[in-house]
Design a protein around this ligand. Sequence first.
Ligand SMILES: Cc1ncc(COP(=O)(O)O)c(C=O)c1O
Length: 307
Amino acid sequence: MMETTKPKVWINNQIVPWKEAHVPILSHGLSRGSAIFEAFGIHEDPEGTAAFRMDMHLERLMQTAKLLGMQLKYSTKEIADAVATLASVNKSGRGLVKIMAYWGEEAIINLVLRSKLDVAIFTIPASEELSLDQAKPISVCFSRWRKLHPETVPVEAKACANYLNGYLIRKDANDRGFDIGVVVGTDGFVAEGSIESMFIVKDGILKTPCLGRILKSVTRNSILHLAKDEGIAVEETSLQKDDIYSADEIFTCHTGIKISPVKLFEDRELAAPGPVTARLSQIMDDVLTFKNKKYSHWFQKLCLAGI
Ligand SMILES: Cc1ncc(COP(=O)(O)O)c(C=O)c1O
């Protein structure tokens, strides 16, 4: 994106040019890695734009802050209103909203700050790099790293620092020629990918690891709803490595791409997409392109067309 065409950014109730959206290098958010965040999709229909499950994402942002003993400067309602304002200022179409909450103040030795978190909101247009809506079959391996243990940090918190684990998982997989890696927890059960949740299909049953040791993915929650409504049997259960090796279908999901069918797991080739994965992808597509109106309550309107 050219500097002049970059969208504006909402920071602490002010709308500023993209290049003015900075924090000091010694801010607590950067130097201690304490920032938290959320990301969700903006979708376009003939009437305008809408955010996909923004209510659930903002609830998770507040829950992240709570799990870490932090408080934001703005309420859920103020942030939701700011997203709508910014989307309209930027005339945002299909893309993502990314919300960062962080201590922007410098903290040289002070580890525990008592001030409320700054908030910055970005609208990021769909691009080749984001590859939204381009679900391609992917190759996946088990990572040599383990998932962070929930007694060391709250893994349900969408905290930037937790993504060091995600970075290592992804790097390890990429270095070995795979698209993504999946981690097993220290309890021996399969957890998730760096930025994605895991699903398998075995004998017609859709299975996914239980909450508690993974991020409360909004996409995972949406897929479970869609599957149940479609009459697909669903189990939230502990999965072992063997369950993955012997699955009939495997897919991953996250906000950006929704459902990615797995074509290769370690050395095993799979149909990608298999029949259940294809069915769920189609339903998800219909929801996100407003052909299926049953889930219209999952969208929060941002801007009306032409305004
Ligand atoms: C560790 C992890 N698991 C799962 C997900 C998927 O979550 P969501 O569907 O809310 O994007 C993400 C996405 O950010 C993630 O970082």
